[in-house]
Design a protein around this ligand. Structure first.
Ligand code: SAM
Length: 270
């Protein structure tokens, strides 16, 4: 069978990874058989996965709306993923056509596909990098070319840090990136938590992800809250993703938000 246009022969197709498993679970088609098998294994132990991912995308969209409304017009999106409906630049530029977005992802397919859709967009760019390479990201010409660090900006680290299991690395990268932001900037973050899920199910999911290129770690509520230390949390604080400023009473899982396990919040740097 010939290669699809969105990939290249250099990408190993037999090792699943988070970007392509997420794409598959959201109904996308930039994934391989191994990604689909792994995603289905996760769904077998955690059937609410597709709903949780949709709730995560809902949080991301509502956070962007809130941030643009607060006057933010530049975004650094770490672990941005394979483009899907309602990308950050689309949501932000719908409200402010001059909004600027720099996407960062470790996955070459996410980056390649982002490059394709951003070709005609001078206000958005993508960098392939591991989030742990903070200096590389901050000093990259695309970052300095699009983002002005003398003015407030928003850093999005949405559904990513559970793929950085080492605590020192996860908290370390957030600290370095936050330190680079000027006062009045924001951090929007979501993270799979140990709430709303049994330890047994969490263990099974972590074991499946341990066999992929992107191991996974659930963190407790206090551990998720710690990413916001020193920031002023916007209302309603760190909450289950559906509860973060829902659009209305019919929002997904508003009545059973714990089914997502994901906690989310937005903090402002004083
Ligand atoms: N942020 C998007 C969202 O919320 O819709 C995508 C989230 S997706 C679940 C996680 C993304 O994080 C994947 O695209 C994956 O490639 C990326 N990722 C995982 N580990 C990473 C790392 N160490 N550095 C950069 N990106 C990473």
């Amino acid at each position: 069978m010939s290669e699809p246009s969105w990939t290249s022969g250099e990408i190993p197709q037999d090792r699943p990874n988070a970007a392509r498993m997420y794409d598959y679970s959201l109904g996308g088609f930039h994934n391989f058989a191994a990604d689909r098998r792994a995603a289905e294994q996760v769904v077998a132990v955690f059937p609410d996965l597709p709903l949780a991912l949709q709730a995560n995308r809902g949080f991301l969209r509502r956070a962007i709306t809130t941030l643009v409304t607060q006057g933010i017009d530049q975004f650094l999106d770490i672990g941005s993923g394979i483009p899907t409906v309602g990308n950050v630049h689309e949501a932000a530029q719908k409200l402010n056509p001059t909004a600027r977005v720099v996407y960062v992802d470790i996955d070459p397919i996410a980056v390649h596909h982002s490059e394709l859709i951003l070709r005609a967009n001078p206000n958005a760019a993508v960098i392939q990098a591991d989030a742990r390479r903070t200096e590389y990201i901050l000093n990259h010409p695309k970052t300095s070319g699009l983002l002005d660090f003398s003015r407030p900006l928003a850093m999005l680290i949405v559904a990513v840090l559970h793929f950085v299991p080492d605590d020192a690395e996860a908290y370390g990268l957030v600290r370095v990136l936050r330190d680079a932001l000027p006062s009045g900037s924001y951090l929007a973050l979501s993270h799979a938590s140990t709430e709303g899920i049994t330890r047994e199910t969490a263990d099974k999911m972590e074991q499946i992800y341990a066999r992929t290129a992107t191991p996974f770690k659930f963190r407790t509520r206090p551990q998720v809250e710690s990413f916001f230390d020193g920031l002023d949390l916007l209302d309603p604080g760190v909450v289950y993703m559906p509860l973060w400023r829902p659009d209305g009473p019919d929002d997904l899982l508003l009545d059973e938000p714990e089914r997502t396990t994901g906690l989310a919040g937005v903090g402002r740097k004083p």
